[in-house]
Design a protein around this ligand. Structure first.
Ligand code: GLC
Length: 538
């Protein structure tokens, strides 16, 4: 294992420690984004506090001084710091869960790339960017490893799902082991890791104003390697990215193989982040061109075929089948009988969402939280679609949030379908874990989406719910049940991303300018191509 000091990877000396002032500095592009974001957020505040609003829809927390830290915040910071992982005395990440009571550690003692994202954002927002930089460089080194599963060699660009630091107290050495899918349950490579890495690199750059990290040849190459994996040509007829089941946050078989929304939304966001960070040199330019083309096709495909609202559902319900040729309306030959009953009751007259998956003769109409929130943050959703997603969350609050924000997906699959789709997975029984469980980590994504769409009161309601349980329950990984009332059957306690997710949500609400780290403004060149449907205008 060829591990050397992080600082050697960059031959430039480290920048002096950044202070809060510096953290607020942005590049030109960011400034305009920031001012738009800020004015939107301020508008939203005004709406939330406007005296004309009835007491009924005023959330409890808006009455109290929002700038007074909640007592839970200090506990959360302490727990987050306890989860730090060091490599040769430098912090390089946070452990997934610090649960001493749990008999089985499994791989929860590792640093997961996706789990570290909310930790990283919390540190960035707190003016502590060093750990984020260390993490980005450490994972970049890991990307360079040769990755094998049995006799098969994995693509060069693959980023690990997780890594672990092994301390040898006798020899006083630290070594790293990483998992690219070869140890993971199901042996699936994490498609989301590389996308999160790119998204985090932009968040770091945006937050610190330090362009030098993203501009290093190592980071530029890291990005290109990730991109060449997902932009490569093959037999695809769709611009979406074809995936195996369980290749993202939902890392077990859950019927999300094909074109899962979580990956498509992260793919879109990572492409847009890479676009602003890639250098316009010979190699960079080639990728920039490919990205622009792909974004164009991807946004059209997603906005047209993944979008579901009342009108669209009614259209699909009336679809004819067996249509051939270019004039086909039902392009994927979806048989209306395959639409599950629940969706007809679930769909509000006003509102909509990106469905779980679209492939030949298959529309998985389940609602997934992460994909829809990331679609809002990346502007994969048009402004109207973003507002409609929030309308739906409001209209279906009990189903999607209930007593703990928020459901990873809705609804759960049960009985025969559960047997077939999950392969009888005992961890993913109905309304548990990935199968309709409620994940506190999603609070930060919900809050970010709320700020972006100017729906602060929704975020406040969600945060109030989280505050009534999380600390008391020792920061569980997930909750079970239709309303998310029960601590999850096999949920870890002191799950780091539950802790960090809460902190990020709180900090963003206190200072909405933080949103710029994780949100992109609409690209005027990518005009919305979908027709307006009635639910957006009524
Ligand atoms: C579980 C989750 C996954 C997470 C990991 C570590 O495997 O499904 O999303 O990254 O735990 O917390």
């Amino acid at each position: 294992m060829d591990d050397y000091d992080l600082s050697k990877l960059l031959d430039k000396p480290d920048k002096p420690r950044l202070n809060i002032e510096r953290q607020r500095s942005f590049d030109e592009r960011s400034l305009s984004e920031l001012s738009i974001g800020l004015s939107r957020a301020l508008d939203a505040y005004e709406t939330a506090y406007s005296p004309g609003r009835s007491a009924l829809d005023t959330p409890v927390s808006s009455a109290r001084n929002s700038f007074e830290p909640h007592p839970m915040v200090a506990d959360a910071w302490e727990a987050l710091r306890r989860s730090l992982v060091f490599f040769r005395d430098q912090p390089v990440g946070t452990i997934a869960a610090y649960d001493h009571a749990s008999e089985e550690v499994l791989n929860y003692d590792q640093v997961f790339v996706r789990d570290f994202v909310p930790s990283a954002l919390a540190f960035l927002m707190n003016g502590e960017p060093e750990i984020v930089k260390n993490f980005l460089l450490k994972t970049l080194q890991l990307q360079g490893w040769e990755k094998r599963i049995d006799r098969f060699k994995l693509g060069e660009g693959a980023m690990p799902a997780s890594f672990k630091v092994l301390h040898d107290p006798d020899r006083k050495t630290d070594t790293i082991v990483a998992d690219f899918g070869e140890s993971a349950i199901g042996r699936v490579a994490p498609v989301d890791s590389g996308f999160w890495w790119i998204i985090l690199l932009r968040a770091y750059t945006k937050s610190t104003g330090d362009l030098s990290l993203a501009e290093t040849p190592e980071c530029q190459k890291g990005m290109r390697l990730i991109l060449s994996l997902c932009l490569s040509e093959g037999f695809d007829t769709f611009p979406t990215l074809l995936c195996a089941d369980g290749c993202s946050m939902i890392d077990r078989r859950m019927g999300i193989y094909g074109y899962p929304i979580e990956i498509q939304a992260l793919f879109f966001m990572a492409l847009r982040c890479a676009l602003v960070m890639l250098k316009h040199d010979t190699e960079g330019k080639e990728f920039i061109e490919r990205i622009v083309k792909r974004l164009h096709a991807l946004s059209f495909h997603m906005r047209s075929y993944f979008w579901l609202d009342f009108q669209q559902l009614n259209d699909i319900y009336r679809y004819k089948t067996e249509e051939y040729s270019h004039t086909a309306v039902n392009k994927f030959n979806v048989i209306p009988d395959s639409i599950s009953d629940w969706v007809f009751d679930f769909m509000p007259t006003r509102g909509g969402y990106f469905i779980g998956n679209v492939s030949p003769a298959r529309m998985d109409m389940r609602w997934f939280a992460l994909g829809n929130c990331v679609a809002i943050l990346s502007c994969l959703a048009t402004a109207e679609q973003a507002a409609a997603i929030m309308d739906l969350i409001e209209a279906r609050w009990e189903e999607l949030v209930g007593e703990m924000p928020m459901k990873i997906c809705y609804p759960a699959i049960e009985s025969h379908e559960w047997r077939i789709v999950t392969g009888c997975d005992p961890k993913n029984t109905r309304w548990s874990y990935h199968n309709g469980g409620s994940w506190p980590v999603l609070l930060w994504l919900l809050t970010a989406a709320c700020i972006k769409t100017g729906r602060i009161q929704i975020a406040r309601r969600a945060i109030d719910l989280a505050e009534s349980r999380l600390l008391k329950d020792s920061w569980p990984e997930y909750y079970d049940g239709k309303l998310g009332r029960y601590i999850g059957k096999q949920a870890r306690k002191f799950q780091t991303w539950s802790i960090a997710g809460y902190l990020v949500a709180k900090m963003m609400l206190e200072d909405p300018s933080h949103l710029g780290m994780i949100s992109l403004e609409e690209d005027k060149q990518m005009k919305p191509l979908i027709k307006r449907s009635s639910s957006w205008t009524c």
